[in-house]
Each structure stands twice: as C-alpha cells, then as structure tokens.
Design a protein around this ligand. Structure first.
Ligand SMILES: C[S@@+](CC[C@H](N)C(=O)[O-])C[C@H]1O[C@@H](n2cnc3c(N)ncnc32)[C@H](O)[C@@H]1O
Length: 357
C-alpha cells in the first residue's frame, strides 16, 4: 500500500541485507508494509507494528475481516466531498466500528495526494482494482502479529537472541510528515538507545545525513542512492541518499547463498532459457528430482513454469498467489512448504539472473 516514506523502490536492496538467521522478524515502523509484503514468509514469527492506530487497525481488519472490508468499499465514490467527510471522521476519532474505520482510512490513503491523507488527489482510481490486493494481503497476514505500540516498548518486549528488528523510522528532519504519532527529533536518539543494548539484530533505514551518521557512529553502514520521486517533476534524474545501519554484517547473505534445493546445475540465464527451449517441457527436467513424489513435482512444475512465463514481472505477491494455487492443487501441507521454498528460489533466481540456481 502506498504510504509516505514507503520502501517500495528500496525493498530489493534492503531484503538481501537481512541477517542470514533469525527466528523472530519485527517490523517496528510498519507503515505501508512494503518490506513485510516483499519478504518471503518462512517459519519465522513475524510482527508488524505501527504507532498510528489507523494503520494497525487497517491491517488487522485486512487480516481478519477482508470480505467485510471489501463489501464496505464496493460502492464508495472518488469525490472531494466524500474525501473531506472521511477526513473529518478519522480526525475526530468517531465511533464507527473497526471495519468501517478501516474502510474510511483506506479511502483516505487511496484518494489523497501522494497518499498523504491530507488533500484530495483528484485522480481517477478504481477502488475495485484493490480488492485482489486486499485478499492477497489478508492471506499473507494470517500468521502475522499486528501491534500498535511505541517503538521503545515494542523493542524491549520482543528482544531475544533470535530477534531481528527492521526499523524504518520517520527520516531525520521529516518527523512532522507523520500525524497522530508525535515523533520528534529527540526520538531519533531514543531509538538509537533502545537498539544499543539489544540481544538481537537490527537494521535501520535512514536518509543519509551527518546527524544520523554521528548518532550511529561505530555501527555498520551501507549507503545507496535512489531516484528522488518528489523532485522528478521539476528536477529530472535527481537522486536521494539512503543509509542502512546494522549491528551485524549486512553481506552475510551474499557470502552464504542459499543451497537448499538445486533444480538445475549452475548456469547463466541465457544458457538456462536455451536449455528450456531445447527440452520444451519443464516437466521432463523435474523428473530429475526423483526423490519427490508426483504431487510435489506438479507443485514445483506449476510454480517454476509460471515464474518463467512471467519472467521479469514476478513480484513476491504474485509469486505468493501462484504458490497458493499450486498448494491448492496439492492435498497436504508439506506441498505448500515445498512450494514456498521454490517460490523463494524462483524470486531469487529471477532477481539474480538465475546465477547458480
Ligand atoms: C517511514 S514510515 C514507514 C514506511 C514503511 N517502511 C513502508 O515501507 O511503507 C514510518 C512509520 O513510523 C510510524 N511511527 C512513527 N512514530 C512511531 C513510534 N513512536 N513507534 C512506532 N511507529 C511509529 C509512522 O506512523 C509511520 O507509518
């Protein structure tokens, strides 16, 4: 879901910097959830938190009442009058029930300028086009714990040696962009202190600036640039400096590529496509996994075939949908686990040009 400061354009840089091993994933400043939704679900215990109660309520309703939420959004109008009415309802904290509140807040995000929830965007938008996304998000959130706590309390409650905290706080000097949460400059230091003594691992996203570099002096840092979306209209090609800060080696994953299942011998992508064309049927290739039974093979074939068909367009959410179909064809949960592993491999493979997969 689009959100101010959302990590849509950075998710493919951030996720490969995650630690190799953790059992608890805690997204401390959840917002639009771009990292959680792009992160492959595994066996880890996942927590999504945001101190903005409208966000946590929206995701709770998406998880637990998606059909009712969709029904409440079915006949809404994209109009300035409705936008102003909804804005008033949300700011006055009117007693309208959780699902109706979630529906109103969702409209505010979808119909506002730059998802700022503040001014009417005035752009055409089909609410119905969001329904499949709500259903997918609901499936993805089924086992996720949703919290609405201040970061300091959350970090201390969830800390353990196997916890991994991904933190995407309001950026330095943009604290006022987030209403309802009262984040101030002093909170940057409070966050640093909350992370300083933890037993688990942390990864923090920030704007690359002197103040933050000196606050986290002594930690590991990785800087990169992305297009500055806000400036594109009047300053084409303008870039924005981002900083990742951690208390562990961010190259752990690069140094230890996953080795769980090898579908094919290591080869470059061009060789791989030629190989597939020659053989015509991927099913033939799958027979090499002879230790797997037929439903598992079908499951693998299904996911891999469609990954390749959609090559280059496959996002984690789309892959998850394919996996769900594949798992629905199979009759036991183990096939779902296999499909999840394959989906993970496929997404990595597509992203890394199938090197070594
Ligand atoms: C930069 S946004 C996160 C964007 C998110 N990573 C994404 O990709 O959409 C920062 C979020 O921190 C939340 N926030 C602000 N103060 C907070 C606090 N004290 N504790 C927890 N969350 C807070 C805001 O409501 C906002 O949604």
């Amino acid at each position: 879901m689009s959100w101010i400061g959302g990590k849509k354009s950075s998710r493919d840089i951030i996720i490969p910097k995650f630690p190799l091993y953790y059992e608890k994933y805690i997204e401390v400043f959840g917002g639009g959830g771009w990292i959680l939704f792009a992160k492959p679900p595994g066996n880890d215990f996942e927590v999504f938190n945001d101190f903005n109660s409208n966000i946590s309520n929206l995701y709770t309703c998406v998880r637990d009442h998606s059909a009712e939420l969709i029904e409440r959004l079915r006949f809404v109008l994209n109009s300035r009058e409705d936008f102003d009415r909804i804005k008033h309802i949300i700011s006055e904290k009117a007693e309208i029930g959780d699902v109706q509140r979630a529906a109103e807040f969702y409209q505010l995000i979808r119909y506002s300028y730059a998802s700022g929830c503040d001014s009417f965007g005035g752009k055409p938008h089909s609410m119905w086009s969001n329904f499949p996304l709500i259903e997918q998000a609901s499936r993805r959130l089924q086992k996720v714990i949703i919290e609405n706590r201040d970061f300091e309390k959350l970090i201390s409650a969830q800390d353990s040696e196997v916890s991994f905290f991904y933190c995407d706080p309001p950026y330095y000097a943009t604290e006022s962009y987030y209403e309802n949460v009262g984040f101030t400059k002093a909170d940057h230091e409070r966050l640093r202190n909350a992370l300083a003594g933890i037993s688990g691992k942390f990864l923090v996203s920030y704007n690359d600036c002197e103040e933050i570099r000196s606050l986290y002096d002594g930690c590991r840092m990785f800087s990169y640039e992305r297009l500055n979306n806000i400036r594109q209209r009047f300053d084409g090609g303008s870039m924005f400096g981002e900083l990742l800060i951690s208390n562990y080696d961010m190259d752990e994953r690069k140094k230890n590529p996953p080795k769980q299942i090898s579908l094919l011998p290591p080869m470059k992508f061009s060789v791989f496509t030629e190989f597939l064309q020659q053989k015509k049927s991927l099913q033939v290739q799958m027979r090499c996994c002879s230790h797997l039974s037929l439903p598992a093979l079908n499951c693998l074939v299904y996911v891999v075939r469609y990954t390749i068909k959609e090559f280059g367009l496959l996002t984690a959410v789309e892959a998850a949908e394919l996996t769900d179909h594949a798992a629905a064809d199979a009759d036991r949960h183990i096939w779902r686990d296999i499909a999840v592993s394959v989906r993970y491999i496929c997404v990595l493979a597509v992203k890394h040009n199938l090197h070594g997969c």
